[in-house]
Every structure is written in structure tokens, then in C-alpha cells.
Design a protein around this ligand. Structure first.
Ligand SMILES: Cc1ncc(COP(=O)(O)O)c(C=O)c1O
Length: 397
């Protein structure tokens, strides 16, 4: 099918939940994508922080092929070796002692909310009345009902009321507001160390360390949503390592399968014990195929210098964006960490995105004014230079 035919078919049969761009991607290799008309693009979106090892990574492709030929799915009624080994690898490289697997980010967030409530209600003598979770304004935690309610952006909640009770929002990076929001009903605080969909806003070190202290002092659980900023994107394996703190619960998804759907919720030992058989489940969650893929992804990420590359090229990219900002008054701010970077513009960002795409560079724009850059973590400085040349022209245009 050609581009026009695919777009017509898609418009006819696909529900209208995305404002899609008029392109059909048909092939990917490393940092590059090709559309149905044979045009080549530098992909600085990575399926929204998913394809961290690049497209069609040979070891990931091989893992899918190998495992699909052996055993794709059995239910969680049985033990699954790949699931246990994946949990071991995640735990041995993080604060966590146990993992729960699901299929997406929003499901990992749901699992975290349920675990936080159950653990709190059952672990302390005055825990029964504690259910409230404080989150941040501009946060994003997913699209299921509890996750949109946890999300501190009213635009995602409108028309879906009644929303589940028990969520409260405070301004991000404002420690006093957080302290004042804690009540006798609070059971947890949930934050993204670097807000993604809200506009690429990193927490300050002072703030996140202060929140961790508030959690300790008030006996609250700290849930960190690392679905976008985790797994190497920030230049550390988990972004909270930049802040030298530890959460009680952490959510992951996106890059974990490099495109194969899988999510995870990690927790410390004592907190994980809040869940007992029957409390939570997922038919597909943690099946042999998804876990074999994620195991391969993590091994490549951890063993092949990918995270170090994200830290190094991320700093290079950020410095160059800051240089660009001195040249273009249209650039109001440059922020982010590792290869999760944002450029806030004074004017329209969509025209910049469109110009870049026409010149062979894919980037994303939030709220029509914040350009977001999420290249694969394998990106080279020379590819960043090419992207910057296009961006320079796009902003001038
Ligand atoms: C921080 C964060 N949490 C949760 C989600 C939801 O993940 P998913 O779309 O896989 O459900 C996202 C997705 O963008 C995210 O960035």
C-alpha cells in the first residue's frame, strides 16, 4: 500500500485518539527510519523513549525469534525462568528486591498505586485510613482511570469523571507545598524524577532529596515513575541515581522491551510483601517472550556501554543546544538530563517539528512550545551534529 492508501484506511478504521502526522513508517535500523515513500529520517523520538537500543537491534531481533520458536506464553499459574531472571537482573542493578511484570507503563502505575495502598493499610496500626497519593502538577502517569487521576494535568481528566478519589496535586519542585499537602490520609508520594509529557522538567536535587526525607519522617512510600526517564535515558541506569536517593517503589516500561510491550513495578522487600496471591495479576504480564526480550535489552544496555554513551552524548547535545540558545532568541530554555532533553521556545513549536521532518529529522513537541529530544541511546555525536544543523535552520525559518 502507498502512503495515501494507508492514511485513508487508517482514518476510516482507527479511532481518532491521535493527531497523526501524514507519514507511514515502514522500516527502522539503528537511529534511522524509512517511510513508505523511501524517505530516510534520523529518529530523535525513538517511539517516545522506547527504542533505546535503536530500531531492529540484532540481539533483540534474535531474542524474539529464538524465544518465539520455543515458548511464547504460559500463564502465571506456572513459574517462568525468563521472568525470574529478568527480575533478578533488575533487582541486582537497583534498590529493589522484587518485581511485578505487566504490559505497559500505565499498568505499572496501577500496580504501584494498589501496592502502596495495600501495604500501608496492612502494615501499620493506623494505616487503615491512609489511601491518598500526592503527585505533581504537570506530571504524567498514564491513561487508565487511576493513572489519569494521578496525572496532575486536568486536560487528561476532562469528561472522564467521576475519577477515583485519593489523589492530590502540588506544584513540582516546591518542597514546602509538598510538606503542607501531607495529611493523616496520605500513604504515598509519586513523582517522575524528570517530568516527560509535562514538558521535560527535571526535579532539582534539593527537591527530590527533600521529598525522600519527608517520606521517611512521615512514614510515607516514595513511588518514582521512571517509565520515561529510566533505563539509561538520564545517563544513569535509573534516573533517581542522579539524585542519590532510593524510592520504595519504581515503575518502568517503554525502553524495557525496546519496542516489545512490557512494564514492571519494582519494590523494596518489605513493601513488596504487601501483595499476596490474588491481590494483583496480568494474563500476559511477564510471559517468556516479553521477558526474554527485556533480558536481552537489559544485558545490552548494561554490558555494552550504552548508558555511558547516553551520559556523554547527552551532555554534548545539551551543550550544543545551549550554544544554539545564545544564537536564537526564540529559545527560552534548554533543560533535561542525558538523552532526555527539552528546548522551550517563545513561539510555535509545531512548525519547527514539521520543518525538521521535511528535512529528515524526527522530533516531538509538547504543548506546542517545548521541543523534546529522545534519540536512541546509541546515537553518535556526528548524528547529533546533523540533527543540530537541521534544527538551527528550522528555528531560523
Ligand atoms: C512517566 C510516564 N508514566 C506513565 C506513562 C504511561 O505509559 P504507557 O503509555 O506505556 O501506558 C508514560 C507514557 O508516556 C510516562 O511517560
Amino acid at each position: 500500500m502507498n502512503t495515501k492508501e494507508v492514511i485513508e484506511l487508517s482514518d476510516r478504521y482507527i479511532m481518532n485518539t491521535y493527531r497523526r502526522l501524514p507519514v507511514v513508517m515502514v522500516r527502522g535500523q539503528g537511529v534511522r527510519l524509512w517511510d513508505a515513500d523511501g524517505r530516510e529520517y534520523l529518529d530523535f523520538v525513538s517511539g517516545l523513549a522506547v527504542n533505546s537500543l535503536g530500531h531492529s537491534h540484532p540481539k533483540v531481533v534474535k531474542a524474539i525469534w529464538r524465544q518465539a520458536n520455543t515458548l511464547m506464553h504460559v500463564s502465571n499459574l506456572y513459574h517462568i525462568e525468563q521472568q525470574a531472571r529478568l527480575a533478578q537482573l533488575l533487582c541486582e542493578n537497583s534498590f529493589a528486591a522484587k518485581a511485578f511484570f505487566c504490559n505497559s507503563g500505565t499498568e505499572a502505575v496501577e500496580a504501584a498505586i494498589k501496592l502502596a495502598r495495600k501495604y500501608t493499610k496492612t502494615s501499620s496500626k493506623n494505616g487503615a485510613g491512609k489511601y491518598e497519593i500526592i503527585t505533581a502538577k504537570h506530571s504524567f502517569h498514564g491513561r487508565t482511570l487511576a493513572a489519569i487521576t494521578a496525572t496532575g494535568q486536568p486536560k487528561y481528566q476532562k469528561y472522564f469523571e467521576p475519577l477515583p478519589p485519593g489523589f492530590k496535586y502540588v506544584p513540582f519542585n516546591h518542597l514546602q507545598a509538598m510538606q503542607e499537602a501531607i495529611t493523616a490520609q496520605t500513604c504515598a508520594i509519586m513523582l517522575e524524577p524528570i517530568q516527560g509529557e509535562g514538558g521535560v522538567y527535571p526535579a532539582t536535587k534539593e527537591y527530590l532529596q527533600g521529598v525522600a526525607r519527608l517520606c521517611r519522617e512521615n512514614n510515607l512510600l516514595l513511588i518514582l515513575d521512571e517509565i520515561q526517564c529510566g533505563l539509561g535515558r538520564s545517563g544513569k541506569f535509573l534516573a533517581h541515581q542522579l539524585y542519590e536517593i532510593e524510592p520504595d517503589i519504581c515503575t518502568l516500561a517503554k525502553a524495557l522491551g525496546n519496542g516489545f510491550p512490557i512494564g514492571a513495578m519494582l519494590a523494596k522487600e518489605q513493601v513488596a510483601q504487601g501483595f499476596e496471591p490474588g491481590d494483583h495479576a496480568s494474563t500476559f504480564g511477564g510471559n517468556p517472550l516479553a521477558c526474554e526480550v527485556a533480558l536481552t535489552v537489559l544485558q545490552v544496555l548494561l554490558d555494552e556501554g550504552i548508558i555511558e554513551n547516553a551520559a556523554k552524548t547527552g551532555q554534548y547535545f545539551k551543550n550544543k543546544l545551549l550554544e544554539l540558545a545564545t544564537k536564537h532568541p526564540q529559545i527560552k530554555a534548554v533543560r533535561g538530563a542525558g538523552l532526555m532533553l527539552g528546548v522551550e521556545l517563545t513561539g510555535d513549536g509545531q512548525s519547527v517539528v514539521d520543518y525538521c521532518r521535511q528535512q529528515g529529522l524526527l522530533i516531538n513537541c509538547i504543548n506546542n512550545k517545548i521541543l523534546r529530544f529522545l534519540p536512541p541511546l546509541i546515537v553518535k555525536e556526528s548524528e547529533i551534529d546533523t540533527a543540530l544543523e537541521i534544527l538551527d535552520r528550522a528555528i531560523m525559518n
